[in-house]
Design a protein around this ligand. Structure first.
Ligand SMILES: Cc1ncc(C[n+]2csc(CCOP(=O)(O)OP(=O)(O)O)c2C)c(N)n1
Ligand SMILES: [Mg+2]
Length: 346
């Protein structure tokens, strides 16, 4: 098992995510992030612990509340923020935004707002990776995803084929405004157990506890023993989406938010790091984020004329015939130029 990182490293990751999200809220207010965001403030301990247990060449599939996963895996804050603000300098050239980004340089093979479907991609990816070394795939999803058909089908195949995939459930107690107990028959861990997948439910507010549980699951997958599921109990302090700041939704009590704030992952980890070390980390993070905001807002917006570029990969031959849809008549053999799916402007 890989050695657990130093306390200061976890603190830095959590602090970076916290301050990044707070800057994002400012940029939503100013109109620079037009889509709004799903803030992960309160859940940073899960992202920090899960991602620290991975090797750089492992693959992670994120979801709509995924900014923390990107930052914890080492995505460049400037390029990631440029993505959220829809700029050419973004990790996906400003085309994916907050809901569907990917950053292969950080081992993130995509994030999907289609709840639960990352599990299917991660399972297929893990199956492919297992043919070529000992890389592990990870799917992160919320409690609202655990009754999705795609996710349960993925559990079945992952177990049957001993796929090196770790299913990570960030159970923050709500799917939009629906409390988890009102949406989940049985339990999250029980679903995995039904498919013969080992599962545990773990405190998601302490990044070191998260790391230990995740490292064990990753070891199991890397060692060829197949999938596992870890459900981390956590909480979001903000609304489901920043739009909730403009609405009065009465689905939870302030007292509940306050109770969870008493087990804040940032405070838990701060208590393990000497104050002068923390102050140095905090100062460095503000500099990194100042530079990130500057980089993002100075980066140009994409040219609408290029909107259809980079949507589809170069076509591949499947059993001798070119897999090409209607309208793509002049597709070159093999690795040709950017394939355009039926668009006539090419
Ligand atoms: C397949 C699908 N069904 C419904 C939705 C609408 N939807 C968006 S977010 C959400 C709740 C997600 O809750 P959860 O998985 O617990 O993640 P959280 O937002 O709490 O992080 C739903 C149902 C969707 N995006 N995709
Ligand atoms: Mg949830």
């Amino acid at each position: 098992m890989s050695a657990r990182p130093a306390a200061a490293a976890f603190y830095g990751t959590i602090r970076l995510i916290r301050r990044f999200e707070e800057r994002c809220v400012d940029l939503v207010r100013s109109g620079d992030i037009g889509s709004g965001i799903h803030p992960c403030v309160g859940q940073e301990g899960v992202a920090a612990g899960v991602c620290a247990a991975l090797r750089p060449d492992d693959a992670l599939l994120s979801n709509h509340r995924g900014h923390g996963h990107f930052l914890a895996r080492g995505s460049d804050p400037g390029r990631f923020l440029a993505e959220l603000t829809g700029r050419v300098g973004g990790v996906d050239r400003g085309r994916a935004g907050s809901f569907h980004p990917s950053d292969l340089s950080a081992g993130i093979w995509g994030a999907s707002g289609t709840v639960g479907h990352g599990a299917a991609i991660a399972t297929g990816l893990g199956w492919a990776l297992a043919r070529d070394g000992d890389r592990v795939a990870v799917s992160v999803f919320g409690d609202g995803a655990v009754s999705q058909g795609a996710l349960l089908e993925s559990f079945n195949l992952a177990s049957l084929w001993r796929v090196p995939v770790v299913f990570v459930c960030e159970n923050n107690g709500y799917a939009t405004t629906l409390p988890a107990p009102a949406g989940i028959a049985g339990s999250v861990a029980g679903r995995a157990a039904a498919f013969g997948i080992p599962a545990s439910t773990v405190d998601g507010q302490d990044p070191e506890v998260v790391y230990d549980a995740m490292a064990a699951a990753v070891d199991r997958a890397r060692g060829g023993d197949g999938p596992s599921l870890v459900e981390f109990t956590t909480y979001r302090y903000e609304g489901h989406h920043t739009f909730e700041r403009r609405m009065r939704l009465a689905y939870r009590e302030e007292a509940e938010v306050a109770r969870w704030r008493e087990r804040d992952p940032l405070a838990i980890q701060a208590a393990r790091v000497p104050p002068p070390v923390r102050e140095a980390i905090d100062a460095e993070i503000e500099e990194v984020l100042d530079a990130a905001v500057r980089f993002a807002l100075e980066s140009p917006r994409p040219d609408p004329a290029d909107a259809a570029d980079h949507l589809y990969a170069t076509p591949v031959r499947i059993r001798g015939s070119l897999f090409a849809p209607l309208g793509a008549a002049a597709v070159p053999d093999g690795a040709g130029p950017q394939f355009r799916w039926g668009f006539s402007h090419a």
